[in-house]
Design a protein around this ligand. Structure first.
Ligand SMILES: [Zn+2]
Length: 110
């Protein structure tokens, strides 16, 4: 992995190494493996030495191993979803609530 400096896009990114969500400024740094752009590197991680970045990557790998195990467990268990009738009832109630709130906010004289 190599960290490269690029011009800022000023678009909010999630840090590839630590997961921090920020709106970057200049300069932005990105992690690459060969020609593949892996992701943005936040300002805190830009300052870290290679060994600290390696440790952050290992922490992230541990996190994703746990996450994958949870996803596989959920996928292999029962999954309960609302019926179309329940979804329709919820949407209708939400619409009624929004209309009621709009009428109340309008403070009509009747
Ligand atoms: Zn970071």
């Amino acid at each position: 992995m190599i960290i490269r400096i690029e011009e800022s896009s000023y678009i909010r990114h999630t840090c590839f190494t630590c997961g921090m969500n920020e709106r970057p400024g200049d300069p932005e740094t990105y992690a690459y493996e060969g020609d593949e752009k892996l992701g943005w590197i936040c300002f805190s991680c830009q300052e870290l030495p290679a060994q600290a970045l390696r440790e952050k990557l290992l922490e992230k790998a541990d996190y994703y191993r746990d996450y994958v195990a949870t996803l596989e467990s959920l996928a292999n268990g029962p999954i309960q979803v609302p019926t179309a009738k329940q979804l329709d009832a919820m949407r209708t109630q939400r619409f009624v609530n929004e209309v009621d709130a709009a009428l109340e906010a309008a403070d009509l004289p009747f």
